[in-house]
Each structure stands twice: as C-alpha cells, then as structure tokens.
Design a protein around this ligand. Structure first.
Ligand code: FES
Length: 515
C-alpha cells in the first residue's frame, strides 16, 4: 500500500514560491524553510531587517513537515544528564529557553488568532521496567532541584503495565504547518523574500558582505547568513559531520477501536514509543511514533512500521492506518543544539541545528537567539547553545564513539557484496546488487523501470543502504539521504549518487517487468 504525504502536509494548502532567478541583495540570508528558518525570518522581518529565505525543495517538507508536533520542555530524560555535564545553572537555562519558546508560540497563536489546533496537554514519560522507573525517580529529583513542576505517578490511562510515569503538566500540541503558514504570510507581507527550489551550496565572504552561492546560478548577498537547513548546507571548518549523528524514527496516524484518553506520552525504554492524538476532519487519529535507530543502520524499514502497528493493536485496537511517515533528527555530541556562529573565524555565518527530536521549542528558542545575534543584542541563552563550546565530558567520549562508528561503516560497506542481480528485483523492490562485478544500488519502480545508482555516498564515501519504507538510499555515516534516482534529499552530501542508465546495460530483464 502506498501512503499519502504526512498528515500535516495532507491537510493544508501551502503557498508556492518561484526559484531564484537573479542576484539579490538583502540584510540577512536564511537557508532552510522549516520551523527554525521561517520563525527566524518572521522575527527579523518584524524588526525591519530585509530577509531572503532560500529553500532547496519546498517549504516545510523536511523535519518540520514530519514531526509529531509536541510543544513541551519535557525532552525525554535530559535534566539530570544536563546537571551532571553542565551544572544546574545551564540545565535550568535549557528548561527556561524551551518554556519561553512554548510561551512565544502560544502567545503568537492567541494574539494573532491562528487557527492551528493548539491544545493544552499534560506530557508524560513512562517506564515499563523497574530499572527505568529508577531513572524516572532520578529525573524527578532533577526537576525538583531545578524548580521544574513535575509529578511522579503510578499509572497512565492505558491498559499497559508501567512502573512509574513522570508528568509535566500544561504542555501543548498543535498543527505545526497551520501555525507556520501564518508566519510565512506575515513574513511576506512585511516584505520578506522566499525562493523555493533554490539549493544553497556555498558561501563566499567579501569584507562585510557574504554571498550565498546557489546551484541555480544567481547569488543572494547579505551581511549575515543563517543556515537553518537541518544539516548546515555549509560547514566551514566547523566539522559538523563529526559532531552530530542522525536518527531515523517512524510515525503512524491511526484510527483506533478504543478512544484516546488525552495527553502526550513517551516511553523511556527501548524501543521508544510516543503517543498523542490529532483531529483530522471528523476523525480523531492517534499518532504513534518511535522505533528510532541511527539513520541508514536499521533493519528493513518495513519492520519498524510493523512494530508500531503491533503496539497500536495491543494498546488501542487498530482500525486503520491513515498516514505513515518517517523522519530524521540530528543529535549533537552533548545533546544540546548548536545555535550561533559556525566557527569563531566566521561570526556572521550562523547555524541552528541538532534539535534532537525536540524541534518545536528548540527551533523557536533558536530563532529568538539568531534574531538577537543579527541585531547585536544580548540573549540569556547564547552560551548555552553556542556551537563553539566543547566540553570534554561528554563531547570527547561521544566524538570518539561516533567517529569509530563511521569508520566501521566505511569499511564494512566496502567489504559487503550482494548476490542479488538486477533481474531478481520485482516491481517496487530495491536492493544492493552486483552488476558486472561491481556493487550498485537498484530499484525497480511500479512501471518496471530500473533505476541504478552507485552506492558510494558523495559526502565522504560510505556505502548507502536501501530504505524500503521510504524508497530512499540512506547513508549510515552522517545520515545523507538520496532518492531512488540518486538525487540528494538530505545532506550533508551535496552531490547526487552517480547514475547508471539501464538502457546502457544488457540482460536486465525481469519476468515481471518485461525489461
Ligand atoms: Fe557522510 Fe554519507 S553522509 S559519508
């Protein structure tokens, strides 16, 4: 079965914008049309800054379009860890930054009467083992130390054996694209420029001016450049590939037999499970998320969807799956986002990335900080989020571990061979194959046409793996993703996978396809 777009994109008409056709001069150039880029653009335009926003594809089609859209400062187990690594003051700052972001979103929605299904909900972390219940108790102590309102409870309103749950009340959920569509309109009305289908590929500094070079040809120049492109489209000498990894996770939007009791939930045991509801027309759908793994390193992606399906069936009785989608999140070495100058030598090239799975509030906090950095104003969270930080613990340990993992996959992929030949592939099937003795990636589409690509990732040369659920080639090293035709969907890779045209090849017939 082929599923439509994620629920958020299916239930909204978004405005379309032309690609950049000529050079443009502005004050600030923002790259990336997700929540961080749009909110930053909106805030800067309100301050009278002339902004151009570039999006490689279409607005809100990346992580923001694939979120579960919880507006909360309860970001899994995090506060005890932050106290251990950074001390109580920074841990408290993280909470305050995210609560301020939540309040900003709610205030904007109420003040501007944005119809985006904002709903106050309590958020819960729950433990399904005795061992993880102890972790919740430790996290609760951290809440207490930081002055965070929380409550340890023994049950949640599901027929599910749990040991403890940690509640943070008065959090929220909404329809993120309805909210952001309004910000886009406000930005454009304030004179902001948006260019879709305009991939940014590099920056070039010339005195006070910085040009963003685009694949289309024309450039956009300003005194500040802000990369909100998920993985920064430009790394400079910041080595962000080595300082982040990508996680992939899955979401089902289901009709269920049992009614949903309200609230937003996240299990702290593995595999994780996330729950919230959403209104879709006359139906209440339940969003069940989880089963995350390092991007490009999971088993067959269908098994992740099946695991969520079984969980839903057991918990609420599955009536039907209406939407399903997967998403990718970037995680930094110390789990705090990177927001600020890309390197100390390029202070006016700013980035916002690494929101883990908590992009609704973290991207809004990032936008406030980016706005202040452009305007030269103080912001209480500059030091917390600066990408220039490096703390020996845990950054160093994680750096070594992440990069050992990259090396392992770099070597493993080169040694792996495949016995599958192109003619073995049925319609809508993809796999790593052997073609004339070489490792290639092949997908046979619904019409029977073969699409063959070189499986060597164009970033730094790891071997990509087939993602059957999304029909993409995913890189296990830094999370680049490519369509089955080899086009870049997600960086850090900038160049497409090399293609081999099937009509140049002999004997690729399959009984089913007729080729
Ligand atoms: Fe870095 Fe593929 S994303 S090698």
């Amino acid at each position: 079965m082929t599923f439509p777009e994620p629920l958020w994109r299916d239930s909204i008409d978004l405005p379309a914008f032309k690609a950049l056709e000529e050079d443009v001069q502005v004050d600030a150039v923002i790259v990336g049309g997700g929540m961080a880029g749009i909110t930053t653009a909106y805030l800067l335009a309100k301050e009278g800054v002339k902004v151009a926003l570039l999006e490689a594809d279409t607005l809100l089609n990346g992580t923001t379009g694939h979120t579960t859209a919880k507006i909360t400062a309860q970001h899994d187990l995090i506060y005890d860890e932050l106290i251990q690594h950074f001390g109580a003051t920074k841990a408290r700052h993280y909470y305050e930054a995210n609560m301020a972001a939540k309040q900003f979103i709610e205030h904007t929605i109420r003040e501007q009467q944005i119809d985006c299904e904002l709903l106050t909900q309590d958020a819960y972390l729950y433990a399904t083992t005795e061992q993880s219940a102890h972790k919740l108790e430790t996290e609760y102590k951290a809440y207490d130390q930081l002055g965070i309102t929380g409550e340890l409870v023994d049950s949640i309103p599901f027929d599910l054996k749990i040991y403890k749950a940690l509640k943070m009340d008065n959090q929220a959920q909404f329809h993120p694209l309805k909210y952001l569509k309004h910000l886009v309109q406000q930005f454009v009305e304030a004179g902001g420029l948006i260019f879709e289908h305009t991939p940014a590929v590099n920056v070039k500094e010339d005195g006070e001016q910085i040009a963003v070079l685009t694949r289309n040809g024309p450039n956009v120049t300003g005194s500040h450049v802000i990369a909100c492109s998920h993985f920064p489209f430009y790394e400079g000498t910041g080595l962000y590939s080595a300082r982040m990894h990508a996680d992939r996770s899955y979401v089902l939007a289901c009709k269920t037999k049992k009614p949903y009791p309200g609230g937003m939930y996240l299990s702290i045991d593995q595999p994780s499970r996330s729950l919230r509801s959403v209104q879709h027309g006359n139906d209440t759908l339940v969003l069940i998320g989880g089963d995350s793994h390092k991007a490009g390193q999971g088993e067959n992606t269908e098994t992740h969807y099946q695991a969520l399906e079984s969980f839903t069936q057991e918990l609420l009785g599955l009536e039907s799956i209406v939407f399903r989608w997967s998403t990718q999140d970037l995680v930094t070495l110390d789990k705090l986002p990177y927001v600020g100058p890309i390197t100390s030598s390029q202070p006016r090239v700013l980035i916002a990335t690494g929101f883990r799975k908590w992009g609704m509030t973290n991207s809004t906090a990032a936008a406030q900080l980016l706005k202040d950095l452009v305007l030269g104003k103080d912001n209480p969270y500059t030091d917390l989020y600066t990408p220039l930080r490096f703390t020996p613990d845990p950054s160093l340990k994680t750096l070594v571990k992440e990069n050992a993992n990259v090396v392992k996959h770099l070597i493993k992929g080169k040694l792996e061979t495949s016995e599958i030949m192109p003619q073995d592939l049925a319609k809508d099937q993809g796999a790593v194959i052997t073609l004339h003795g070489e490792r290639k990636g092949a997908y046979r589409d619904q019409e029977g046409q073969l699409h063959i690509v070189d499986t060597t990732c164009t970033h730094v040369g790891c071997e990509v793996n087939w993602n059957a659920g999304d029909r993409t080639w995913d890189c296990p090293c830094h999370g680049s993703r490519f369509s089955y035709t080899g086009d870049v969907i997600e960086g850090p890779a900038e160049k497409p996978l090399q293609r081999t045209h099937y009509d140049m090849l002999d004997n690729l017939t399959s009984p089913e396809s007729g080729y």
